[in-house]
Ligand binder design. Sequence first.
Ligand code: ADP
Ligand code: ASP
Ligand code: MG
Length: 457
Amino acid sequence: MIVMKFGGTSVESAAAIERVAGIVGSRLERKPVVVVSAMGKTTNKLLAIASAAINGQREDYIRQVHDLRDFHSREARLMVPLSERAELDRTLDDHFQELTELVKGLAVLGELTPRAIDAISSYGERLSSFIVTLAFRYFGLPATHLDSRRVIVTDQRHTQAAPLFAETYCRLAETVPPLLQNQVVVMGGFIAATKEGVTTTLGRGGSDFTASIVGAGIGAEEIEIWTDVDGMLTADPTILPGGHRLRVISFAEAAELAYFGAKVLHPATVLPAVEKNIPVLILNSRRPEVEGTRIVADRVPCANAVKSIACKRRITLVNIVSTRMLMAYGFLRRIFEIFDRYETPVDMLATSEVSVSLTIDNTRRLEPILQELREFSEVSVEENQATVCLVGDNIRHTPGMASKVFHALGREINVRMISQGASLLNLGFVIAEADLKKAVEVLHEVFFAETDPAVFD
Ligand code: ADP
Ligand code: ASP
Ligand code: MG
């Protein structure tokens, strides 16, 4: 058994889904479970519909729902035989009618709760998984649909729900392998449900996580993440095109890269895979012949210190100075207790005895956080920052790393904060977002001038 996950661009159109059918068809004997994301940018569109609704923009949301239905119907019709058109239309009608009711309800309430966000954004994967199932049959694959909400059980933290692993693994092991005996199982990623059956989601980009949960639950031989790039690259291609592909990388390094911004993998993806020691592959659905990146449990010997450079844009830097000056006993505890209470994760951190600098990328609850911090400290906030993180498990054994990095950045780029992670796998720092491109370019030149052919393509 293997798990094959296809992201939004890999299922964005009938042509893309036909390519997917070809790839899945070539692996039938390995008994694939296929996990799909919403088609193209559907999740963003659903969220835009929800915010138009609560803002009372009636014409806008009605038109957007209409466009979304047209898009799904148009692509699906290209892959459904005449005999199954009626089933397709009926299902699309049902889904879009429900969605419209929900959106109208939101418009009346004028409020968008996390639970409502999950209900709305779930339609993307519900639609895509249904359409892909019909399309697979059209292209000659024996396919059956499984509603992920029946098998992936989570807590109630809507929009960021955490799986209840024991229950989920139990349901997966019971349900999926029997279906795989003679069929390809198709499931939507990202969506799940509480024990009571209320729809939840695993957070943006969460279909990767679904794939690894399913892989761990059924004891798959391999988890394949099919996307729109050749694999994990030495830099984010939207910032620096033309980076090298990594042939292989360790779970620990991949997790660190994902956490610090390499969007190609959802940060939680590797956890279930590590636990069951299942290799994860990143592959390109447009170029299936490329061997991709293999993520493995063991350390990977490599002549290079750095494996890849991850970045995050739109970061906010918060500087906190204790007004009580020295002997600020309990200072850190108070600070973290506040961020914790407002469920705002801190990414990078540097401290001295009386001051702390930290970065966050979710500023939704920044205002009340600042208010509380100001009760015992002076706080300044810098927006439009970026974090850059060099990742590689040789970093810990390489003397002079920091001097190499800061020498490369030169005098023009002002480094606002530095942090060498306790994991020893990374060296991170904060700069103005305006300097990001330049910084990644110079670092890439320094650290990838020569590349170990065993690890890099
Ligand atoms: P999918 O829809 O298949 O899940 P995503 O858009 O979530 O795809 O992730 C793939 C994207 O991740 C790539 O198109 C690329 O722009 C981005 N990315 C960021 N950092 C990296 C990296 N180090 N290597 C490869 N891709 C990266
Ligand atoms: N469709 C969801 C999103 O856009 C999940 C995913 O694609 O992984 O975030
Ligand atoms: Mg993704």
